[in-house]
Design a protein around this ligand. Structure first.
Ligand SMILES: [Zn+2]
Length: 125
C-alpha cells in the first residue's frame, strides 16, 4: 500500500482506489470523467481518441472496431460517447479574431464535395 500525507492507495481486487487520510473517502482514478465505471482498458479509450482526432475524414465505428480491436458495439458506443464529449466541450467556445481553416471539405455527398485547401498560416487573434 502506497501512502502519502494526503492520501493512500487501496486496492480492491485489481481496482486502484485513492483514499483520503483525513475523512477516508475513497475515489476511483476515473471518477468524474467519461471513463467512470468503464470496463474497457483506458489504453483502448486513448487509442480511440487518437484515431478520432487524427483522421481528417470522420472515422467510422467499423474502422474504429478494426483499429482498436474491440467489437462493433463497443466501437460504436465509444465513438458516440467521445463525439458527444467533444461537442459539449466545444459548444461553449466562440471563435474570435481571424480564424483560418486548414484543408476543410464542405458538402453532404463526400464524392461531390471538393476539398478546399487553405494555405496554413499562423492564427492571429
Ligand atoms: Zn478527505
Amino acid at each position: 500500500m502506497y501512502e502519502s500525507r494526503s492520501h493512500c492507495i487501496v486496492w480492491h481486487s485489481k481496482v486502484m482506489t485513492f483514499q483520503c487520510n483525513r475523512c477516508h473517502t475513497q475515489i476511483n482514478l476515473t471518477a468524474g470523467t467519461i471513463f467512470h465505471a468503464t470496463k474497457l482498458p483506458l489504453v483502448i479509450w486513448f487509442q480511440a481518441m487518437y484515431f478520432m482526432t487524427q483522421t481528417k475524414n470522420n472515422v467510422s465505428a467499423l474502422e474504429l472496431k478494426r483499429l482498436t480491436s474491440v467489437c462493433y458495439r463497443t466501437a460504436w458506443r465509444d465513438k458516440h460517447k467521445l463525439a458527444q464529449v467533444m461537442i459539449e466541450r466545444e459548444e461553449t467556445t466562440i471563435l474570435s479574431g481571424r480564424v483560418e481553416v486548414d484543408d476543410p471539405t464542405w458538402g453532404v455527398n463526400t464524392q461531390e464535395a471538393k476539398p478546399v485547401v487553405v494555405q496554413r498560416t499562423r492564427c492571429h487573434s
